[in-house]
Each structure stands twice: as C-alpha cells, then as structure tokens.
Design a protein around this ligand. Sequence first.
Ligand code: IPM
Ligand code: MG
Length: 358
Amino acid sequence: MSKSYNIAVIAGDGTGPEVIREGRKVLELAAKKFDFTLNYQDYDLGGERYLRTGETLPDAVLEELKGFDAIYLGAIGHVDVKPGILEKEVLLRIRFELDQYINLRPVKLYPGVECPIKGKGPKEIDYCCVRENSGGLYTGVGGISRKGTKDEVATQNMIYTYDQVQRCLRFAFDYARKFGKKARGIGEHNTLALIGKSNVLTYMYELWNRVFAEVGAEYPDVKREYYHVDATCLYMVACPEMFDVMVTENMFGDIVTDLAAITQGGLGVAAGGNINPAGVSMFEPIGGTAPMWTGKNAINPLAAIGAGAMMIKYLGEEAAGNAIEAAIAATTPSMKSQLANQMGFTTTEVGDLVAGRL
Ligand code: IPM
Ligand code: MG
C-alpha cells in the first residue's frame, strides 16, 4: 500500500510562496512517480498576517503543527515589520517548541554552478554542516539593566546543557557514519569536525570537546577533528575539500552556513532541515524573503525544491528525494546563473525544468 504523509505548508512572506509553489510542483510529480501521497495543509503565518491581525504564531496553530509528519517552510520576514519579531516569534519559536535541535545544512555545489572560489568545483564543495539548533545565544537569555545610563549593561548568554551537546553530537556522529565521504564511496574516512573556539570560550568548549571525545568513542569508524571557527572560515574558502561533516553550536553554525551557501552558488541553492529526530521536522530554503524580487517570478526556486527533496528523504522516500536531487543536478548546467533574475529562466521555468527531468 502506498504511503501518505501530512505536510503543513508555511509559504510565508516575500518570495516564499513562489518558491514553495515550484517545490510542490516537483514534489507532486515525485509522489506520483514513486507512489506516495502528500496531503498539504496551508498555514497563513508571517508578516502579512502579523500586520493584519497582530498575531505571529497563535498557540493553537503551534499545537496543530505538532500533529504533522513534516513542515515545509518558504520564508519569514517582512520589510514593514521590525526585525526580530517574526524571526523570533515564528521561525525560532517553531524550532524551539518543536525541539528541532538539529539544523542540517548540506553544502553541495551542483554541476555547472558558478563558484566564487577559483579552481573549486562539485568535487571540492561537497560537505555538510550540522548546526545545533536549540540552545546557545539564540534562546534569548540575558537582558538590559540601567538602561539609558552610562552604566547600562547588556548581556546575552551562551548556555548549553550537557544533554543538548550530547544529543547534537550523537546526531552528527550518526550522520557522519551513514552519509560521510567513505560511506558515499568518495573518501578514505568518514570524518566529523567539531567547530568551536576552545582558545577563548574555554568553559563552553571544554564541555563540547569532552562530550565529543566521549560520544566519539562509540564511533571508532568516524575520524574526529577539531577546528576553531575563525580558521574554519578560512579553510572553507581555501580548501573546502578537507571537510566532510562538521558540527557546531548555534551561532557559529548560522554564520558559517551563509559562507558555505555562497560557495555553493548562493542562497538560491542552499537547502536546510530543522530536525527533531523523534518529532516533527521543518524543511526550508536557507535564503530569506528577497523583497526586491517578490512577485516577479524571478527568484531561484532550487533551494526550496532541494528542501522538499530533503523532506521526503527524511520521511522515508529516499529514492524519490534522490531523484529530485538528480533532476536539480541535471538542470543547473543549463541555467545562466543561480542569482535571482539572472537565471536565464523564470521561477516557473526552473520548476518546470526540474520537473521535466524527474
Ligand atoms: C537562518 C537565519 C535565522 C537564524 C534567522 C532568520 C533567525 O539566519 O536560518 O540561518 O539565525 O537561524
Ligand atoms: Mg542564517
């Protein structure tokens, strides 16, 4: 009997609806070909709703989201809403409340995509970042006191519990074991690199490094490495081929994955998954709302299509997800650029090209 999955769709703001439309087009075709069903329910969340009603993420909606097999997200953010409101109350709140403690961001340069790093191609840019997604500086612990005086104090605390570190590292080791370079037949080892700043954040990285060794002992087949985050940025540009799977805390992961995205052709291509291995996960293109290109049928839908592929793979439709990724790889060589409005095709046409190659 063919399987059926319930998907909550949050197309969101800006170009979100346009890229999700193309993602759904490709997913629909994949579902037909690989014999499964996707039942969608659309949720009106984001800047428009906030401006209309003052609501960001009503508790009742959050409860409903917990009942789906997965969430497919376009983009959240609005030029008329003060930065921080929608990001914190919609995107981060879903990540935290659904305990999506992993942000999985593959860094893959597709064939024919222009890479800003001279001499590097799909062979060199092929790794994955596991970003811790539930703790650290992003949880809003801190505050301001004596505001408006010269003694004003602002704090924003980086907090991690042993358990948060442990579960994140365990996921990363499992991922490296299953999908590392050796497992994919392209390297001598499956390697997991912990990215930190142990020379300055001594308390934090004493914990991360200790747990890294402790959990790592259970994975003798995964080679362990450690790099400081600043050096990592340098290596990501100078020799990206040295990376296989990297794991890092929330803010470092946020920063290095934007750098990673441009090395894979930009935010138009980079897909990610917010994962709760025992709960409801949410898949999204990493790029934002691109207000400049909204409604122009000019935005690149590949990241959203790629996020859709990740989603169905995660749901267990591995072959269908791989087929979508292969169709993306067959499409990129014919595109002029991965940048909005410079693709040589419209948003709709890129969606059609991928669908046509499925
Ligand atoms: C990302 C974004 C978000 C983050 C913002 C919009 C809150 O930058 O998904 O990388 O920091 O996680
Ligand atoms: Mg970011």
